[in-house]
Write a protein that binds this ligand. Structure first.
Ligand SMILES: O=c1[nH]c(=O)c2[nH]c(=O)[nH]c2[nH]1
Length: 293
């Protein structure tokens, strides 16, 4: 006998922009919100009874109303408050999954001064949150994504398995590039009040994670992606005491040396390497999660 073993529904890709004024200075926040509800909604799937269904259109409307009523920053707090609204309003809803992507708008500097109402997109970097809001507690994961970085030296890779499948040459000097995807999971919050109390910690953790990622990536003579990402995780756990675990997913975006000796004996490998061939795929993909003891 088949049974419904999991179900959630809601609105995805709800694009919201908020403009806030402080005298002449304006601040803008652009978000993409996904809000999916779980609860006593089986009948809507199994017997076509829509009576427990809060229409996804109403969920979208609610997101706009709550963006007007509540602070939208930090996004961890907005996600928690929005999720809690659905639990407070609809007793048969037991979980609100609220995922938010915050798009980057950086204030323009014009004639050396921050402009009061003009912004630019300086990079694809995103700040995101995934919140699971229940009556028992709120689980929040914060992330830094799409941050493309490259170092032209200060990266090695040697000592790996050598067998009949190996063609890769060991190297003590290579290009290292990756698209940073870092996530830190917070210890469960008992309620929205506890999330509100921690509000400043969310921005600090994001800034710390970014700084630690940059500093470790730039300064370490990396023995491997694995060893470098582990160091980043350890430092973020130290910097953000209210987190329970930190994870990274890092593609290894390869830049291959090109042997140009076929042309008049041109030297372009090893210590003479200058011209490289960036690879679009295949790429390594290295992941880890580090949890506090
Ligand atoms: O840092 C790296 N880790 C690997 O596991 C690996 N594998 C590989 O081919 N190159 C690299 N680089």
């Amino acid at each position: 006998m088949p049974r419904l073993s999991a179900a959630r529904y809601g609105k995805d890709n709800v694009r919201v922009f908020k403009r806030e004024k402080d005298g002449d200075v304006e601040t803008v926040t652009e978000l993409t919100v996904c809000c999916l509800l779980e609860g006593k909604i089986e009948e809507s799937y199994t017997v076509a009874d829509n009576s427990p269904v809060v229409a996804t259109d109403s969920i979208k409307n609610t997101i706009f109303i709550k963006a007007k009523e509540y602070p939208v920053n930090p996004i961890e707090l907005f996600a928690s408050m929005l999720g809690q609204h659905f639990l407070d309003k609809y007793p048969h809803i037991t979980v609100a999954n609220v995922d938010i992507i915050k798009h980057k708008w950086s204030r323009m500097v014009v004639d050396g001064k921050p402009h009061p109402h003009s912004f630019h997109r300086d990079g694809d970097e995103k700040r995101t949150v995934e919140a699971r809001v229940t009556r028992e507690g709120i689980d929040i994961k914060s992330s830094l994504k799409n941050l493309l970085v490259l170092k032209s030296t200060g990266s090695m890779f040697y000592g790996y398995v050598q067998d009949e499948f190996t063609t890769l040459k060991e190297t003590w000097d290579r290009i290292l590039s990756t698209d940073v995807d870092a996530t830190w999971a917070w210890k469960t919050f008992p309620n929205v009040a506890a999330v509100t109390e921690q509000a400043a910690a969310f921005d600090k953790a994001f800034d710390d994670a970014r700084t630690i990622t940059f500093k470790t990536f730039a300064e370490e003579n990396s023995p491997s992606v694995q060893a470098t990402m582990y160091k980043m995780c350890e430092q973020i756990l130290d910097a953000a005491p209210a987190t329970a675990s930190v994870s990274y997913a890092l593609p290894n975006k390869h830049y291959f040396e090109v042997d140009l000796a076929w042309h008049k004996g041109v030297q372009n490998t090893g210590k003479d390497a200058e011209v490289y061939a960036p690879q679009s795929g295949p790429n390594g993909l290295i992941k880890c999660e580090v949890t506090r003891d």
